[in-house]
Design a protein around this ligand. Structure first.
Ligand SMILES: Cc1ncc(COP(=O)(O)O)c(C=O)c1O
Length: 428
């Protein structure tokens, strides 16, 4: 009550009062305003899908319906339906060669409750969280647990993936290292050698800590896009690389991204029994679990290899056609002398693109001076909404952007490239 009469008077906890909404949502808000005013905008900002372009698997929908008709409407177990956890255990064994028992899973309402649980479970206030940028939302989770943040800036030369050497100086103080591969926002993957080096760093540090009786550093490994890799790019996981990492790896996964199911809210996490068991009580009090009919449907759907393979094959094909069409388009613009660039698509639903436009003059005579100016120019002139990497915490890469293909048709790709060329050609 001591600050009641000052300007800093707060009605909620300091943490919540100072927690801000995601910058991506703010940009999406601006775009929606334009759309509501009747403008035709190509909104490539959101890590979401247009269900008319990318519907969820039909068989899953039918199973949800069946589960309701069968009357599965009472509480599911707090950690997730037993059948679903059994199915998930088989799913990752068959597809990732990972051995985790059903008891080593937590089923949540999407991936977010798992991330939340891991941060709260591993990090005391004032302890250190290490994460690379650009990356998705780690800053907000670090804020929630009142952690110190060590932010690792990455570079286009390494496809915006953090090299283990950059993390090394900070590992001694870290409680959690938050990694994501395939990475949102870049659509790139961690290379095997780099992940191996990171695992070695963590194992070495935890050997040191064990001797002095200090709690270990954990690797949160968010692989929520992992079934979407293209060409020869492969998804690696830390435990496959080094089985000793089992004790220290906390996986995030779910149906949101590779089944276009962002709205169905079925996610899961898994990790070593010792740590997952301790997280169960926290998880139970959060109660952030998916509806029981969805859990039953997810179990029936994921257990059917044919359904899953056929959906994923088609989905990957459709997403990658768009990503490569955009990529080829950007390379074509680059070859014509426009100041753009892109990184070849590796995974997920994102393309990393650059508009190196700072210092150029717009048709109105004004100079483009900042990321905000680039974003606004693309939106106003090309009617294209993109998210700058600054919205993912990166300050060193002011001209790089995430382009998401989850809402666009193949025909629209041509239209968008045409608009971009026309708006770039007006700059001098
Ligand atoms: C990297 C990453 N992890 C986790 C999530 C959260 O997924 P969910 O919608 O299942 O909560 C997202 C969502 O955008 C994401 O991009």
């Amino acid at each position: 009550m001591s600050n009641q009469n000052t300007n800093t008077y707060r009605i909620l906890s300091d943490m919540v009062d100072s927690l801000t909404d995601s910058d991506i949502r703010k940009i999406a808000g601006l775009i929606n305003k334009k759309i509501n005013q009747g403008e035709k905008i190509f909104n490539l900002t959101i890590g979401d899908y247009n269900p008319k372009v990318f519907p969820i698997p039909q068989e899953f929908t039918k199973e949800v319906y069946n589960a309701y008709l069968e009357g599965h409407t009472n509480y599911p177990p707090i950690v997730g339906e037993a059948e679903l956890r059994k199915t998930l255990s088989k799913f990752i064994l068959e597809r990732e060669n990972l051995e985790y028992s059903p008891d080593e899973f937590l089923v949540g309402g999407g991936g977010r409750p798992l991330i939340f649980t891991y941060f709260i479970s591993c990090v005391n206030p004032d302890e250190t969280v290490v994460f690379p940028v650009p990356s998705w939302n780690n800053n907000y989770y670090a804020h929630i647990v009142k952690a110190k943040m060590v932010i690792i800036e990455t570079r286009p030369e390494e496809n915006f993936m953090p090299m283990a050497e950059l993390i090394k100086p900070f590992i001694k103080d870290a409680s959690i290292i938050a990694m994501c591969s395939p990475l949102n926002p870049t659509g790139t993957v961690l290379q095997k050698e780099n992940l191996t080096n990171l695992c070695n760093l963590i194992l070495e540090e935890n050997t040191r800590r064990k001797k002095i009786n200090v709690k270990p550093v954990y690797l949160m490994y968010d692989q929520i896009y992992w079934l979407l890799t293209y060409k020869n790019y492969k998804h690696y996981n830390p435990v496959e690389i080094n089985p000793e990492m089992r004790k220290y790896t906390l996986f995030v996964d779910g149906m949101s991204k590779y089944f276009a199911g962002t709205g169905i809210r079925v996610g899961w996490g898994f990790g070593d029994d010792e740590v997952i068991t301790k997280m169960k009580a926290l998880f139970s009090h959060m109660g952030a679990f998916p509806p029981k009919p969805e859990q039953i449907a997810a179990s029936r759907y994921l257990a059917n290899k044919e359904w899953v393979d056929s959906y994923i094959n088609n989905f990957k094909e459709e997403v990658s056609k768009r990503l490569f069409k955009f990529y080829d388009g950007f390379m074509n613009l680059k070859s014509k002398g426009y100041k753009v660039n892109a990184i070849e698509p590796q995974a997920a639903i994102y393309l990393t693109v650059q508009f190196d436009l700072i210092g150029m003059k717009k048709p109105d005579g004004k100079i483009i001076e900042s990321t905000e100016d680039i974003t606004a120019y693309l939106l106003d002139e090309a009617k294209v909404g993109l998210v700058p990497f600054s919205a993912f915490g990166s300050l060193n890469n002011p001209t790089w952007y995430r382009l998401s293909v989850g809402t666009c048709t193949l025909d629209e790709v041509s239209e968008i490239l045409y608009n971009l060329e026309s708006c770039l050609s007006k700059l001098t």
